[in-house]
Design a protein around this ligand. Structure first.
Ligand code: NAI
Length: 325
């Protein structure tokens, strides 16, 4: 029986993999995959990893030393894998798409909750506090949403915004041909948007695409939504401009230093990250812990495609979902 070692696995991950398992022996580790934990994959040819595992040169070397031949990412993004270094040493596959709807809908949930302060209202009413003071939001109708990255998720988010009667503009260095998307330059997007939502991948050219200079170009009170990757935003700059009310609100499903914290329960610990602590404590910031993907449909698809990838690998077939750079 072919054995597969999973890392950073939680109960919600296992459910669909166990349901759809065609006969592999899955070994689930709660640990994140790093150079230190890679040894747990000794004796396995394939590892299954996730967004906050660290697949740098050191981890890849360690995996190769112990005979691992396949890194199967159970996600779309692979910015945490040194793919260039892996080339020729170990195969890397991924799940290119699972549910773009899950992520786009979560982006809108962040925007709606943040703007209409539903989280605060819910806490108040649970305490029989029925006051409305401080809960004023704004109409989304007629506002301009600026979408950075018009791939699968960005386009669905754009359609959702249109459903709310919003104007939409977008920036993408690779614009979709023959579409009715209103593309503008990045600077125009910064200047015109009431809400900016990030839907581009993390690359060397998108790292800190939201920084001090770009925030200065934005409208006063702009809302920023990030369901893509934490390092798209310079968090220090974001905190500074949130404090000055230049940025009116931030809905964040990702954070640049999330690897150390996300998916784990630190509720009884004083965490050692001042920026994260400030962001979490701000009244105009709403954070979720990289959960935009977390729907039944997405989890099912992730399991289906990962098992497809594992089957191709163990059958010696061409890897359809191989990551190439
Ligand atoms: P996609 O590949 O369909 O679209 C990405 C788009 O970004 C493409 O149109 C591409 O041309 C564009 N792009 C590339 N460089 C750019 C730049 N410099 N500026 C603006 N746009 C640029 O990807 P998809 O499926 O829409 O996913 C987008 C991102 O969402 C992923 O890269 C991933 O980081 C994130 N994601 C987050 C999840 C979560 O749970 N929070 C789950 C799944 C994806």
């Amino acid at each position: 029986m072919e054995q597969v070692a999973f890392f950073d696995t939680k109960p919600y991950d296992k459910e669909w993999f166990n349901k759809l398992n065609p006969g592999f022996k899955f070994k689930y580790h709660e640990h994140k995959l790093t150079a230190d934990s890679a040894g747990l994959a000794a004796g396995y040819k394939a590892v299954v990893a996730f967004v906050n595992d660290t697949l740098d040169k050191e981890t890849i070397d360690r995996l190769c030393e112990i005979g691992v031949k396949l890194i199967a990412m159970r996600c779309a993004g692979y910015n945490n894998v040194d793919v260039k270094y892996a080339q020729g040493k170990i195969d890397v596959v991924r799940v290119p798409t699972y549910s773009p709807y899950a992520v786009a809908e979560h982006a809108m949930a962040l925007l709606l909750t943040l703007n209409r302060k539903i989280h605060k209202a819910s806490n108040r009413t649970r305490d029989f506090n029925f006051s409305l003071n401080g809960l004023t939001g704004f109409d989304l109708h007629g506002k301009t949403a600026g979408i950075i990255g018009t791939g699968q998720i960005g386009c669905i988010f754009m359609d959702i915004c249109k459903g709310f009667g919003m104007k939409t503009i977008a920036y993408d260095p690779y614009p979709k041909e023959n579409s009715d998307i209103n593309y503008v330059s990045l600077d125009e997007l910064f200047a015109q948007s009431d809400i900016i939502s990030l839907h581009c991948p993390l690359t060397s050219s998108t790292r800190y695409i939201i920084n001090e200079d770009s925030i200065k170009k934005m409208k006063d009170g702009v809302y920023i939504i990030n369901t893509s990757r934490g390092q798209l935003i310079d968090s220090d700059a974001l905190v500074r401009y949130l404090k000055e009310h230049k940025v009116g609100g931030a809905g964040l499903d990702v954070y640049e230093e999330e690897t150390a914290f996300f998916f784990e329960d630190y509720s009884s610990t004083v965490i050692n990250d001042d920026v994260l602590s400030i962001l979490v404590s701000m009244p105009n910031v709403l954070m979720t812990s990289h959960q935009a993907f977390l729907t039944n449909e997405a989890l099912q698809k992730i399991a289906e495609v990962t098992i497809f990838n594992l089957n191709q690998f163990y059958n010696g077939e061409e890897l359809t979902n191989r990551v190439v750079i």
